[in-house]
Design a protein around this ligand. Sequence first.
Ligand SMILES: [Zn+2]
Length: 497
Amino acid sequence: MLTDIRRRAEDRLSELSREYFQHHAGYKPDLAMAGIMGRYEDLQAPEVRTSIREAWEAAADPELKLQLGYLYGDCLRNVLRRELAAMGDALGQAEAKAIVKVADGNISYPQASIAVGQAADRAKRKAISYATRQVTHELNAQRMALLKLEHKLVQSELGFKDYRAFYEMVRGIDFAAMGPLAETFLADTQALYQPLMAAWAQDALGLPLAELESHDVMFLRRAANFDAHFPQDKLVPALHATLAGLGLPADTLSNITMDLDNRPGKSSRAFCMGVRIPEEIYLCITPHGGADDYQALMHEMGHALHFSHARADMPFEFRFMGDNSVCEAFAFNFEHLTLEQAWLTDVGGLSAGDAEEFRRYQYRMLLFDLRRFAARHLFELQLHGEGAMARKGEIYAELLTKHLGVRYFEEDFLAATDGGFYTAQYFRAWCLEAQLKQVLKSRFGEAWFKNPEAGAFMQGLWANGQRLPGDALAKHLGFEKITPDALLAEVRGVLAP
Ligand SMILES: [Zn+2]
């Protein structure tokens, strides 16, 4: 019975992924996920859930237990998906059609954050940001109802103590233990962060740090002053040069389809989708130029390489599921090539001085993001813990403002967090990537990305899919487990005076 269930579960995942790809690539106007879920209704039967759970509990072999744990976690998440689908769809539709009203015209709510980042005029970005927050506030009742229902279902339907306990089982990560780790990281980086951020606010915006608000950082993030160094027509050639340097020329990567054309309905956000892993991987992007575009393409290529090299004979749970700290670490590994001096000069064609300036800019942003995600994890532990929901917006604004020195707003507490503790997985991925890069540099040199032996080494790691959870991969690389030490050393190496 389990063999049939697993085969159908893989087919369902594959069909859902294809539907997602076709819709977001602009090939199919409507997204019909519910129809696909309906065709696999048999997988939602209580006896299916029971038989997976029993197999998981009975498994003695640690690897089989891990594999069946992922399958069971996915099965439980599908129970939630079904129960939450109607409310989730309603929220999605409300967000899509919401309008942000500003003095010089209307902006659609999903596009508003892009408009904030592009507004060089401070009064303008503040106006858009405040008007957006008004809409966010109006949508919060729906978001809160959805989250409360999920919290309730996890206990009443799935029998877990709480939301955190459930996701700790699904991901195999101790999210509670990551609380003190985030606190330590914030304390350890405070002395480096504070003066750097104050100087940045003064130089880039002419403002004291205490006056900065979250939308000012969205503008800094856009890094528009570097656009000339990252032209649209050099984006794909830079990617091809990187792949060739690693001994993985693009024309040999036959499992990866690059979708670069512009078409109506295509998502403006780059994404990678493994429809069948490893055989059928799509990388979707509409190049427009700018550093963020290069970083997005490199990030998604990291995912695509990982998926397309997964061993086909591995259980599908290790190809499609598991600890996403691992797949995100491989994605960051490629994305962060754009932070390497040698990559910027040799592949990007920047002068040594421009490359240095760009790196310092980006590492400041990275330090900001690491602290933002550490603070967000502390908040998410509280969001999904006890205490009245009404107070949680206040806690969000307090925590982020305190640790970033930039004003954050309580209305954003639900819109600015990821479900299922994904924030913590990104944080782990950044740490793991720095460990991986330390190994790559010590084995293959500073310019490891120009060494085909490094490409072969990476192919060996990608082949495992997510068979090794994050800490096991760190161990495989010679570390005790995932820790922020390598990442801190890297950030300090660039930013410390
Ligand atoms: Zn990613």
